[in-house]
Ligand binder design. Sequence first.
Ligand SMILES: [Cu+2]
Length: 431
Amino acid sequence: MVYLDEKGTVNPVLRGKVGETLEITITSGEGAEHDIVFPELDAKSEKFTGKSAPVKLLVKLTQSGEFTYYCSIPGHRQIGMEGVLEVTGPADANAKAKPAAPAATVMGAATANPIAPAAKNAVVISQDPNAVPQPLGARAPTLVKYAIETVELEGKLDDGATFTYWTFARKVPGPMLRVKKGDMVEIKLSNNPNSKAVHSIDLHAVTGGMGGGEHTQVAPGETKTITFKALNPGLYVYHCATPSVAHHISAGMYGLILVEPEKGLPKVDKEFYVMQGDLYTNHAFGTKGHHEYSPEKAADELPSYFTFNGSVGALTKEHKMSAKAGETVRVFFGVGGPNKVSSFHVIGEIFDKVYSEGATNTIKQNVQTTLVPAGGATIVDFKVQYPGKYLLVDHALSRAAKGGIGALEVTGPADDKVYKASEPGHGNMAH
Ligand SMILES: [Cu+2]
């Protein structure tokens, strides 16, 4: 991505003299959202897309020197949208006064961080953990087709808080895909015409083509298709692979694809779909109002939120995970990230089996906590033998207070040969 002037010069050097005002008229030649900023001169255009009217920006040349201009949409500067403005002439007296202390104080006050009101049209984006496709059974390899739309929308982040999510099919995580080893899998990716960014899909189950990321970069309103052979069984993460990739993933663009081994997985009574994400917003955890993505916090890897299935309370209030005592339970658990690994644990339970890192051919038994990498997954199986509330957590437990918690409700008779207490519990560790 680059800036072009009317002669077609890439990222042209702009020139002016101190005291002049530079007028820039700018449009977009493609679908994604852009802007132009001159941070050293306090000038910033409105954001625009291919559908916007041309945007005008006036830049007051208050001091001489060489200044940078670039697109402030995360990732765009890094992939080419950057140029230079040269200002010549005597330094202006007013401009010199600017860095003085009183002015700087006023600037500081003006750039406090007020939050916009929560988006009124915000929708529930959290994926239902029960939305697991049926096991495929013993069948011959076949052609499996998926059509997925990427959608940007205002979503509920927490009580009274909203966030601009980027999604696969309007949910976080995106739909769980389930195929069999040997299948040919067709992925048709469409980007909603109302999107502002380009999106794509990279599935870790794919061999070649950067997992699909190389050939699925779709501008708003576009559709692209890839087909791959599911060569290796296992549980794999998929995610958007458009720069800045960390932004697209953090904003919700991840999901899981299960490639069943030939004979499938052993049968269980209940299967669930859960994914952890670290979310970087421009306000602290718990602030009511509308949050936007913060590239600065992402660069420092300091998440304001941790989520299980996209939002705070997704698996404690929005959706129910339940089972009966005596049933066998399986959790397909993945970490979208983008950055933080998970020490996945269920409070009051032991994993009877763990398919570490989503590998279906090696099984560990009797595991308390299992490590799941960013961009990785695991399958855990356990039999629930006692009623109550079982909390799903990342055992880096500060994260539970930032939203990273879920609950599995087990009903049925209490077997005092399994567990016995002298006093009734309060059962309310999840807020
Ligand atoms: Cu994307």
